[in-house]
Design a protein around this ligand. Structure first.
Ligand SMILES: Nc1ncnc2c1ncn2[C@@H]1O[C@H](COP(=O)(O)OP(=O)(O)OP(=O)(O)O)[C@@H](O)[C@H]1O
Length: 267
């Protein structure tokens, strides 16, 4: 029996019996997941396991064939991505939302403006309310630069940032939307070890600030060292869930990975 998140006050996000079938292929089969507030939760599994598909369903980009998604006690199954983002469930993509020809400061300020109240009319006519808001948003932009440890890059074009710095900026842009739950899709892909470490530290700071994190990631060192809770998918089925130590020692998980990255993470 699956329990609705509405009946679970401590649950921020829950997936109940999620299945997806496309063109005769069973992509996800009866997947349950519960994300408690304030935690770092990772979704892992071999290639093709269904992790990105699960993210697409959670964030409204795909509709499941069966099952439901609840966020903050509300059924969000089948809602549009922007409606879900407005509720506080925000997804940070690997490289989409950055304007390369704008500075780092401008990128963040624009992201804060998207959440602002004065609107286009206020901006065009530079109404007093807009000017007050602009000052407040600039202050928040500077604070965010400090949080991301990117102050020294404030006036550089985003296109000139390293991969690792662009990834940090992408998260900063997502954070401007004031998420309650932040979805990170393979954030360490393409990063070198020191960039991965910087990113990991930043994820910790985000979690410490009270924002819950749901992560899809292949870098097992990162997953095992940062996660409070891990769910493992294989061929669309949940095969295990628990803390990092449980997962690393789970025979079915070891079989699914055939001793690949998971074993190296234990070394
Ligand atoms: N729109 C679609 N139509 C048909 N098949 C799809 C579609 N989307 C995903 N799939 C298939 O579903 C399976 C799961 O894909 P998904 O991208 O969710 O896996 P993943 O765990 O994120 O893999 P990876 O780690 O390689 O990114 C794969 O076999 C994929 O080919």
């Amino acid at each position: 029996m699956t329990v609705s998140a509405a009946a679970q006050p401590d649950t921020l996000l829950s997936l109940s019996g999620i299945s997806l079938r496309i063109a005769g292929l069973q992509i996800l089969s009866d997947v349950d997941l519960r994300v408690e507030p304030g935690r770092i939760v990772s979704l892992i599994g071999p290639n093709g396991a269904g992790k990105t598909t699960a993210f697409n369903i959670i964030s409204g980009y795909m509709r499941p064939s069966a099952g439901s998604v609840h966020f903050l006690g509300q059924d969000i199954t089948g809602k549009q991505p922007h409606e879900i983002a407005e509720l506080g469930l925000v997804r940070s993509f690997q490289r989409t939302n950055i304007f390369g020809n704008c500075t780092v400061f401008e990128n963040l300020l624009t992201a804060f403006h998207m959440q602002g109240r004065s609107g286009l009319f206020g901006a065009i006519f530079r109404l007093p309310a807009f000017q007050r808001e602009e000052q407040a948003l600039k202050t928040r932009t500077r604070e965010m630069l400090g949080f991301l440890e990117l102050e020294h890059r404030a006036d550089d074009l985003a296109a000139n940032l390293s991969y690792g710095e662009q990834r940090l900026l992408g998260v900063g842009i997502a954070l401007a939307a004031r998420p309650k739950l932040l979805l990170l899709d393979e954030p360490a892909a393409g990063l070198n070890p020191s960039e991965t470490e910087d990113f990991k530290q930043m994820v910790r700071r985000v979690a410490d600030s009270g924002i819950t994190i749901l992560l899809v990631e292949h870098d097992m060192h990162m997953v095992m060292s940062i996660s409070d809770y891990i769910m493992v998918l294989n061929q669309g089925h949940r095969i295990a869930d628990g803390g990092p130590a449980d997962i690393q020692n789970d025979p079915e998980v070891i079989r699914a990975y055939l001793g690949s990255g998971l074993q190296r993470a234990k070394a």
